[in-house]
Design a protein around this ligand. Structure first.
Ligand SMILES: *Cc1c(COP(=O)(O)O)cnc(C)c1O
Length: 396
């Protein structure tokens, strides 16, 4: 019986884009100035680490998000690495991160010589649960010399990295309040949330510093790329300095005042990004329309639901999310049939605490993380899936 259900759902999903044999999870759309701007780079010779598109991309990104400054870098992982470093994360610190995230969040913490410390997520956001975090800190942490110390390990808990899962913002106000009281720095992993707002303010504005990604599968792409965002001018200047080999600007001299990183975004990639930004509002509108189409398809099936943005948020719906009640359905079976039918579907990430490199890291109770991991499937989410409007379906 359940075989038929999943075949039926797969056919209905494919019906959204009848001309496609196969629906990828997330494909980029290049229908604007991409080819013009990239061609301009090649014709003028400005393809590498400096050029007008890098400056323009940074400026336009800051304008769009309302964050004072954006520093373009080579990928989102590099952005996270430098964001954490600049936020003050040092060797032997601990950094609180959700276990339910892409591996880059954990990797970036270890690049700083620090240890990830895993905390649980909330079912309403799929992101870090601030209320559970507070109960946990009450249990395990203490303020000593103005620093939050983990009593069990003696290490300083320097920062927390809320990650806005699939574009849905974390409940950030209570988190900021807790971190203020415990002296923990907030670094947002906004890799997935360009175009997502918490209570009307764009994500990436809340942390001391934030990171974004423009990998090929994100809502806009620069091929590969990322950005560091901050409302603090000094931190932005320092981020630019560190990610450009810590070179002191000079017309001919090679002076570098500390160990820096070659994390620059090439002009060629920034050119692509400038064109993509011009269409971002259109992408967001389309992706917010796709969720309604999925809801139409799924609503009659028992034990299945489509994940909606939390009430305090306006989300970019980067990846559409199907929640499968595993008392009624077998998630592996669902993945098998959907993928067999050309409806590319993926489970959520393996929680980081279950991966070998992180198996010895400290962790809070992760009950919700493990539950969500067994129930969440991402389904095709490319913006072109919304190319026509269904009758009677209202835009969000
Ligand atoms: C994509 C992503 C990153 C890293 O981005 P890259 O550009 O691929 O390095 C980091 N964190 C999360 C949550 C992501 O989804």
């Amino acid at each position: 019986m359940s075989n038929n259900i999943w075949a039926e759902i797969a056919e209905k999903i494919k019906g959204l884009v009848p001309e496609k044999e196969m629906l990828p999870l997330h494909e980029p759309t290049f229908t604007g100035n991409e080819i013009n701007y990239v061609t301009d780079c090649i014709k003028t010779g400005w393809v590498s680490s400096v050029g007008k598109y890098v400056d323009e991309f940074e400026k336009k990104l800051a304008e769009f998000t309302g964050v004072k400054r954006a520093v373009a870098v080579v990928n989102g992982t590099a952005a996270l690495h430098i964001a954490l470093k600049i936020a003050g994360v040092q060797e032997n610190d601990e950094v609180l991160i959700p276990s339910l995230t892409f591996v880059a969040t954990g990797n970036a913490v270890t690049y700083c010589g620090a240890t990830p410390h895993f905390v649980d997520v909330s079912r309403t956001t799929l992101g870090l649960d601030p209320f559970k975090l507070e109960e946990y800190l009450k249990d395990i942490a203490e303020i000593k010399n103005n620093e939050c110390v983990n009593n069990a390990t003696g290490r300083t808990i320097r920062a927390v990295v809320p990650m806005h899962t699939f574009g849905h913002p974390v409940d950030i106000d209570p988190l900021l309040d807790i971190c203020d009281r415990y002296n923990i720095v907030v670094v947002e992993d906004a890799a997935e949330s360009l175009g997502s707002y918490y209570k009307g303010i764009h994500t990436g504005n809340f942390g001391k510093i934030s990171a974004m990604s423009f990998n090929g599968n994100k809502i806009i792409t620069t091929g590969g790329g990322g950005a560091i965002l901050t409302n603090d001018e000094k931190l932005a200047d320092y981020a630019k300095h560190l990610t450009t080999t810590a070179k002191i600007p000079h017309r001919w001299k090679y002076e570098h005042d500390e160990i820096g990183y070659n994390y620059r975004m090439p002009n060629l990639n920034a050119a692509l990004g400038c064109a993509q930004l011009e269409n971002l509002n259109d992408f967001i509108e389309k992706k917010r329309n796709i969720v309604l189409k999925y809801d139409e398809i799924i609503k009659d099936y028992k034990g299945l639901e489509i994940f909606y943005e939390p009430e305090f948020a306006k989300s970019n719906y980067w990846l559409q999310t199907l929640i499968i009640n595993n008392d009624e359905h077998n998630i592996d079976h669902a993945l098998q049939i959907l993928n067999d039918y050309g409806v590319m579907s993926r489970p959520i990430w393996n929680p980081l605490h279950q991966l070998p490199p992180f198996s010895n890291c400290p962790r809070a109770d992760l009950t919700e993380t493990c539950k969500v991991q067994q129930q969440v499937v991402n389904i095709p989410s490319s913006s072109y899936m919304s190319s026509y409007k269904q009758k009677g379906v209202q835009s969000l």
